[in-house]
Design a protein around this ligand. Structure first.
Ligand code: PEP
Length: 250
C-alpha cells in the first residue's frame, strides 16, 4: 500500500515572515491529514527555516533542484549532501520550468536523480508533455522517453526509491487540470514502464499528479488507482488549501 504524498512546490515564492505564517498554518492543521505524508519544497535560502520550524513534526521538507555534481567548481549549484545537512528528505528534479528556462535535458535530470539518491534524498522526478504534444497524440512517447532516461541511469534499488510526478505542462499554473481519467491513463503507462524494469519497484514507486490541483478537484484525482499523491504549486502557498487537498486524499 503506497501512502499518499502531498507535496507543495513553493517555486520562487516566500519570505521569512510569509513562510513562518504558512508553516505555522500547516503545522496547526496537519493532525487532520494524518493519513498522508506532507512535504514542502522551499527555495534554498529557506531550507534552514523549514528545518527550524518542522524538525520533530511529521511534515517533511525538501528542495526544488540539486546539482548533478557531488562538489567542486560549479558556481551557484547546490550539492545533494548540502541539502541533507539541512534535513531535506526530498528534492524535485526536472520540473518543467527548469527544463524550459534552464534547458535541462532528460539526461541531466537523470544524473540529478542519481546524485540525489546516492546522498539519501528521494528525488521527485517530473515528467510531462506540452499541449501541442498532447494534441499530436505524443503524450506517451514524450513522457515515456523522459522516464526512460531516468530508468537507464538508476539501478533497480534506486528505481524503487524514486518518486515520479506527472505534470502536463498545459495544466501547470493555468487553472486547467487533466481529468482524472486522462491523468490515470498516463500514470498507468508510467507504472507499466517501471514494472517492465522491476515489478517490486513499480509496486512501491509513488506517482504524483501535478497541474492545477486544488481543493475542489483533488478528491477525484487522488481516488484514481495509480495517482499516489499530488505535487502542488499555487495551492501550496495557502495552508488552508494545501491542507484541504491533503484531507481530500483520506
Ligand atoms: C507545479 O509547479 O509543480 C504545479 C503543479 O503548479 P500548479 O499547482 O500551480 O499548477
Amino acid at each position: 500500500m503506497r501512502r499518499t504524498l502531498i507535496a507543495g512546490n513553493w517555486k520562487m515564492n516566500g519570505s521569512l515572515s510569509a513562510n513562518a505564517a504558512l508553516l505555522a498554518g500547516i503545522k496547526a492543521g496537519a493532525g487532520k491529514a494524518r493519513s498522508c505524508e506532507l512535504l514542502v519544497c522551499a527555495p534554498f535560502p529557506y531550507l534552514a527555516q523549514c528545518q527550524g520550524e518542522l524538525a520533530g513534526t511529521a511534515i517533511a521538507w525538501g528542495a526544488q533542484d540539486v546539482s548533478e555534481h557531488a562538489s567542486g567548481a560549479y558556481t551557484g549549484n547546490v550539492a545533494a549532501a548540502m541539502l541533507r545537512e539541512f534535513g531535506c528528505a526530498y528534492v524535485i528534479v526536472g520540473h518543467s520550468e527548469r527544463r524550459t528556462y534552464q534547458g535541462e535535458s532528460s539526461e541531466m535530470v537523470a544524473k540529478k536523480a542519481a546524485r540525489a539518491l546516492q546522498a539519501g534524498l528521494i528525488p521527485i522526478i517530473c515528467v510531462g508533455e506540452t499541449l501541442e504534444e498532447r494534441q499530436a497524440a505524443q503524450t506517451d512517447a514524450v513522457v515515456g522517453k523522459q522516464l526512460d532516461a531516468v530508468l537507464e541511469a538508476l539501478n533497480d534499488e534506486e528505481v524503487g526509491r524514486m518518486v515520479v510526478a506527472y505534470e502536463p505542462l498545459w495544466a501547470i499554473g493555468t487553472g486547467v487540470t487533466a481529468t482524472p481519467d486522462m491523468a490515470q491513463a498516463v500514470h498507468a503507462m508510467l507504472r507499466a514502464k517501471i514494472a517492465a524494469r522491476s515489478a517490486a519497484a513499480a509496486d512501491r514507486v509513488k506517482i504524483l499528479y501535478g497541474g492545477s490541483m486544488k481543493p475542489d478537484n483533488a478528491a477525484q484525482l487522488l481516488a484514481m488507482p495509480d495517482i499516489d499523491g499530488g505535487l502542488i504549486g499555487g495551492a501550496s502557498l495557502k495552508a488552508e488549501d494545501f491542507l484541504a487537498i491533503a484531507s481530500a486524499s483520506a
